[in-house]
Design a protein around this ligand. Structure first.
Ligand SMILES: Cc1cc2nc3c(=O)[nH]c(=O)nc-3n(C[C@H](O)[C@H](O)[C@H](O)COP(=O)(O)OP(=O)(O)OC[C@H]3O[C@@H](n4cnc5c(N)ncnc54)[C@H](O)[C@@H]3O)c2cc1C
Length: 416
């Protein structure tokens, strides 16, 4: 009897898992179920090239329309999985026949965290997660329009950059003292504050949203917790995401800030796997469980989970990686540092924003002489070496910090 593998969640992780199952020779039935009506797509363009009108919509999709048929992958779109019965090995779908599985992959990703303040349902209060969200946002980013962005995380900052490039006036509101403060720490967070200020963004730190104000259902201004009020036709909220764990939790799988998996991406049920944003997976390199909300983890986690489902030996121990583009700044980051989990940032190059131009540098987050993370800003071809340094750092290798800071010392020499 041929086996059936069901993948719930038709995002990047789910699509890459389906691709890998076929590439590795799986000949059974593959069903990829997704709640959204669009076939699997990548989300990074939604706040960058696509939002800016530079990249076509088609570029965001993981595969061509015809690819799923060619690979005999059943794509069930616009359908939500509502229940998982692990004893009967069955997934219940909304208005669709139940699916029995031999192995199941949860790739349900995450959803935006919503602000619970007065006026939150007014027309003009927006979030960014999906293609339709991005389409709606473009309509709000008109030249001269006043936009308030709530949250100076990656989504907020990229959206602020896109809004400025569209010619909108932007006020960015953030409860912390700097953008990305928890992720990057003060030293590097300052670069992003300087960059956005240089591009004319009105930065309001140390304050949050008290209320979205409007009349006849339409937002007209945003009242902040510091008592000020900012007139605006649109507010774009980017205050984090929540993993879609409900299906797993109701089925009795272990859930703790995501669906808990081992290093082979297997959940507490041996026939059920999880990957991408929704998984909180043991990472042997870091010696702990982590949940990574980034593109590369979906891109690589999907294939890793697929191989594990096929019974291959899998140890998913990648160095966490992400990237961002804002104005003329492009960056990549590899590694893992808890807030305050470093004692020093070593800069290779000058991180100062001068004349509104993004700097070129590499930053390393170091603890006890070990590199735990590195970020290259407008410096390219450094990632392989940064990842080697991070791997070495987590293995206990201490580097000479003067040489680390010295652009004359090839990173390859330090990475070994
Ligand atoms: C605007 C934006 C920009 C981004 N930019 C970057 C970037 O520059 N760099 C970077 O590293 N990362 C970026 N990310 C993060 C990256 O896109 C995510 O980490 C990635 O999308 C995670 O992929 P996933 O497949 O795990 O989950 P998702 O992309 O969330 O896909 C999961 C899918 O499962 C569906 N689903 C959920 N529950 C069910 C259910 N019960 N039944 C059926 N279907 C269900 C969802 O509707 C969704 O379509 C960005 C994210 C956004 C939103």
């Amino acid at each position: 009897m041929s086996e059936t593998f069901v993948i719930v969640g038709a995002g990047l992780a789910g699509a890459k898992a389906a691709e890998t199952l076929r590439a590795e020779g799986f000949e059974g039935r593959i069903v990829l179920v997704g709640e959204e009506s669009a076939r699997p797509y990548e989300r990074p363009p939604l706040s960058k090239g696509y939002l800016l009108g530079k990249d076509p919509r088609d570029k965001a999709f993981v595969h061509d329309t015809g690819w799923y048929g060619e690979k005999d992958i059943e794509l069930v779109l616009g359908v939500r999985a509502t229940e998982l019965d692990t004893a009967r090995r069955t997934v219940i779908l909304d208005e669709f026949e139940p699916l029995r599985y031999d192995k199941l992959l949860l790739a349900t990703g995450s959803r935006v965290r919503e602000l619970d303040v007065p006026g939150a349902t007014l027309n003009g209060v927006r979030y960014l997660r999906t293609l339709p969200d991005s389409d709606r946002l473009v309509e709000a980013l008109l030249p001269g329009a006043h936009v308030v962005i709530v949250g100076a995380g990656w989504i907020g900052l990229e959206t602020a950059a896109a809004a400025r490039e569209h010619g909108a006036t932007v006020t960015l509101v953030e409860v912390a003292d700097l953008p990305l403060q928890r992720v990057l720490g003060d030293e590097v967070a300052q670069v992003f504050a300087d960059l956005h200020r240089a591009h004319g963004v009105d930065l309001r730190f140390g304050t949050g949203v008290a209320e979205f104000v409007g009349s006849t259902g339409v937002m007209t201004s945003v009242k902040l917790t510091d008592g000020t009020e900012v007139p605006a036709a649109a507010a774009i909220v980017g205050v984090g995401i929540t993993p879609n764990t409900e299906l797993a939790a109701a089925a009795g799988l272990t859930v703790d800030n995501g669906v808990v998996t081992d290093a082979a991406l297997r959940t507490s049920d041996p026939r059920v796997y999880a990957c991408g944003d929704v998984a909180n997976s043991e990472n042997p390199l870091l010696g702990r469980r982590i949940r990574v909300e980034h593109w590369a983890n979906a891109l690589n986690g999907g294939p890793a989970a697929a191989k594990a489902m096929l019974g291959q030996q899998v140890v998913y121990d990648r160095v966490p990686y992400f990237f961002s583009d804002q104005y003329d700044l492009g960056m990549e980051y590899s590694g893992w540092v808890e807030p305050g989990g470093y004692d020093r940032v070593v800069f290779r190059g000058d991180p100062a924003v001068k004349d509104g131009k993004a700097p070129e540098f590499v930053a390393f987050w170091v603890k006890d002489g070990r590199v735990l993370a590195g970020m290259n800003v407008n410096v390219w071809d450094a990632q392989d070496d940064i990842q080697k340094l991070v791997r070495a750092g987590y293995a206990g290798t201490i580097v000479d910090l003067d040489r680390l800071a010295d652009p004359g010392t090839p990173l390859t020499d330090l990475a070994g």
